[in-house]
Design a protein. Structure first.
Length: 162
């Protein structure tokens, strides 16, 4: 098993409880964690109207994807779609810390089209419905994504630009 359930590295982690929840609930918890974190930093966060994005930070519409660190040492952000958002926020939880990337949608679409770091998730190499992004956190993070955050402080600097 490569997913973190049953992985002893997670014992005692502040995020361990989330792993017992169903997938849809995990996504909602990820959204709430991000909103609470940003709210604590006095960044204006609210729910988005409609279902094309998850939250608004300032005027920016964000889509939030959550991943736990897999045993293989990477995050896999799944079910990425071309919807009505401005930035894709990838929130990665590891046993003791978290990572956060705030990627402009234009970059997401460019990398998806080029099959350069963002790959089709279903339907083979020609699929355009959903994609996934695999990221190995520091120091092996792909160079194209490093400019969009990683550590929480870098992500906050991007959020403050909204």
């Amino acid at each position: 098993m490569i997913y973190p359930e049953g992985d002893i590295r997670w014992e005692g982690s502040p995020y361990q409880w989330i792993q017992t929840r169903p997938p849809r609930q995990k996504g909602a918890i990820g959204e709430a964690l991000l909103a609470r974190w940003l709210d604590g930093l006095n960044l204006p966060v609210c729910k988005s109207r409609g279902s094309s994005s998850d939250r608004r930070v300032g005027k920016a519409r964000i889509e939030i994807k959550l991943s736990f660190l897999w045993k293989t040492g990477l995050y896999r952000f799944m079910q990425i779609r071309d919807q009505d958002y401005d930035h894709l926020v990838c929130l990665g939880l590891s046993p003791d810390l978290f990572h956060c990337w705030v990627i402009p949608k234009a970059v997401v679409l460019e990398k998806w089209e080029a099959r350069d770091g963002i790959e089709p998730q279903h339907g083979g190499s020609t699929s355009t419905e959903t994609a996934w992004l695999a990221v190995t956190p520091d120091p092996l993070v792909p160079s194209w994504i490093s400019q969009w955050g990683g550590d929480p402080e870098a992500a906050v600097r991007i959020f403050r630009q909204f």
